[in-house]
Design a protein around this ligand. Structure first.
Ligand SMILES: Nc1ncnc2c1ncn2[C@@H]1O[C@H](COP(=O)(O)OP(=O)(O)OP(=O)(O)O)[C@@H](O)[C@H]1O
Ligand SMILES: [Mg+2]
Length: 225
């Protein structure tokens, strides 16, 4: 699903965000990415989304090389990725339901079925009753949950979620982690950055990527309960 070999990312201003990252993530893996603020978690997800490109090393996502000159093919790759951005990136002036539908616009399924799936996703994140509310009227935590619904509704092969429980209370955070974890059974690969390390122990058969000043270490965690 994801193969990285000696990948580094240096931003235009010279900041080295990731150094010598090597990774191999199999389809259906559930991976937590943890580490202090500024350690490089979002940078890693941006590489996997093809928003940033390796300054050195090689990176493949679903067999697609992440290099600048493949921009067209990377746009296509993104249709198989459900992104949850740290800053949500919802479309203002549209309802929660419309935002979820935006994430599904590339799917070749009948409109009615699409609306049903979108509503189902909103219900799963506890927002069935807010489907027709404009996103700018939602609370931070509600907006975050719309962003998660948008990512999961399209049933992507790969979910890349950046701090998806950052603004949620304990019950909502558990609900979201449970929801993401259930995707594992559908063979969806899920990578989640999180500061909510107290929640991680609830889930077995996951991997943990520790990011520290741009360096990573990987830990595989088997059955816990
Ligand atoms: N566009 C950019 N240009 C230059 N430096 C950047 C850019 N984006 C991020 N950085 C720097 O790269 C480093 C890693 O940032 P990143 O956003 O990946 O951290 P993070 O682990 O996601 O942090 P947080 O937990 O606060 O979200 C930081 O030093 C940050 O200042
Ligand atoms: Mg971040």
């Amino acid at each position: 699903m994801i193969q990285a070999k000696n990948v580094s990312l240096t931003y235009a201003d010279g900041t080295v965000a990731l150094r010598d990252v090597s990774l191999n993530i199999r389809p259906g893996e559930f991976v937590y990415i943890v580490g202090p603020s500024g350690s490089g978690k979002t940078s890693l997800l941006k590489l996997l989304m093809g928003i940033e490109f390796p300054s050195a090393g090689s990176l493949y996502v679903m067999d697609q090389p992440i290099v600048k000159r493949e921009a067209g093919r990377i746009r296509k790759l993104r249709r198989s990725i459900g992104p949850v951005f740290q800053e949500f990136r919802l479309i203002q002036g549209r309802t929660a339901l419309e935002n979820v539908l935006m994430g599904m616009r590339f799917l070749n399924i009948p409109n009615r079925q699409m609306v049903n799936s979108a509503k189902e996703a909103l219900t799963k994140v506890g927002l069935g009753h807010k489907a027709s509310v404009m996103v700018e009227k939602l609370s931070f935590g509600e907006a975050q949950r719309v962003a998660i619904a948008r990512a999961v509704a399209r049933k992507p092969a790969l979910i890349l979620a950046d701090e998806p429980t950052g603004n949620l209370d304990y019950d909502n955070a558990i609900n979201i982690m449970d929801l993401l974890y259930t995707l594992k059974d559908k063979n969806t690969t899920v990578l989640v950055t999180t500061h909510a390390t107290h929640l991680i122990g609830n889930y077995h058969d996951t991997s943990l990527i520790h990011v520290e000043q741009g360096k990573i270490s990987v830990e595989h965690r088997g059955e816990q309960k």
